[in-house]
Design a protein around this ligand. Sequence first.
Ligand code: AMP
Ligand code: MG
Length: 489
Amino acid sequence: MISFDNTYARELTGFYAPYAPQAFPSPALLRWNADLAEELGLSLAGVSAEQLARWFSGSELPDGAQPIAQAYAGHQFGNFVPQLGDGRALLLGEVVDRHGRRRDIAFKGSGATPFSRGGDGKAAVGPVLREYVVGEAMHALGIPTTRALAAVATGEPVRRERTLPGAVLTRVAASHIRVGTFQYFAVRGDLEKLRRLADYVIARHYPEIGNDADRYLSLLRAVAGRQASLIAQWMHVGFIHGVMNTDNMAISGETIDYGPCAFMEAYDSATVFSSIDRGGRYAYGRQPAIAQWNLARFAETLLPLIDEGEQDRAVERATEVLQQFAAVFAEAWLAGMRRKLGLTTAADEDRALVDDWLALIQKHGADYTLAWRRLADTVDQDAPSLHEMLADPGELSAWLARWRRRLATESQAPADVAAAMRKVNPLYIPRNQRVEEALAAATDDGDLRPFERLLEAVTRPFEERPGYEIFAEPAAVEFASCFRTFCGT
Ligand code: AMP
Ligand code: MG
């Protein structure tokens, strides 16, 4: 039993197309996220895998579901497309979870919709499992993200470069409202719908600004603040989204639409994995600037609401908010970097300390994740491995001495520093090679064991456990140097 309460469908008619998912003849459950189902308050504990597979492939609709395809537009790699929308997704409805938070339950890959623009509306097993494991890893890392409730094989082949087994992902999100949702109504000059959307978003995601005199300007500031914090957290763990189009930026501040995303191994701020990102627009180090660019597109949609009569004045005020983004981001970034360095206070020298550390690991092409973890080890163990990674004893020793002097100003016990560092510097991330292996086994052999094992590793990312060593190791150069991700559409 799922207690749906579908506010988007009810309150925002004209913002979507009602549409039924396709029925698949032989759906089979690949993975069910029982913990998330429990958190959502879904009473499905005794339900059979067969029934779950029928419900979470869209082959049969649970009571209360109202499937709709949401309209949105978006800038894709800088080019505006006035109509995108849910071409292979459907919002089933909303539930209020055990913490009182409203969550969307949606399908990805459930068949063509009125927004499919010639696409088949389908998804393949590989990209579905990729979104599952990367999203759950991000959640375990404490980063706001949409999550995966279920992955179901449809039993139907999907045609891509080669024929692949099809699947449907059930995705849970704070909402699926995107910058592109605002753009859809803004480009049509539909001020009335724009205002309704903004009011809906404020009530759902930012109730604390509901009574502000300049509530739409406050909305811009609030969304920018959450994005600044989100992107800072991506940067802290070396996450590269890969396709930060405005339709892939959620107004709620969650990471959304895992496509060609990947975690960086050898540290280099120019890292790009996506095969379609030829210009490096969405490279690791460009993500903060791109977020600001996307927020500028969001701001443009809000201008008529911010100051209806005086557009010049609206532009001025929105610009002021946008210009604060860099500083807000830098503060969130530095605060997180301090935690990664085991620091609990702020000092002027910290920025340089972080920058010099990053320069050191970039110079040696060291593995980003492991370098931090090994740094923690130097606090409470003999850690020759860091010296091996950064084969420049002089430079490293000088930097370590600076860092230790800075730590000494806080007089925390070394064991506490090391423990705190191990709580924010993960040991297990979804490494590209391990992800590829798991998806290949599932796709080619129907073997989900490597996927399950990977999921076990990355959903407890901070806790070192015997038997999981291979999930902590970077790939060999031969793999890493030619690794590319694909959109999987
Ligand atoms: P994405 O790259 O997944 O963010 O999708 C961008 C746009 O393309 C969205 O409007 C999607 O709904 C649409 N799209 C992606 N893949 C497909 C597909 N296989 N069939 C139909 N529409 C798709
Ligand atoms: Mg998308």
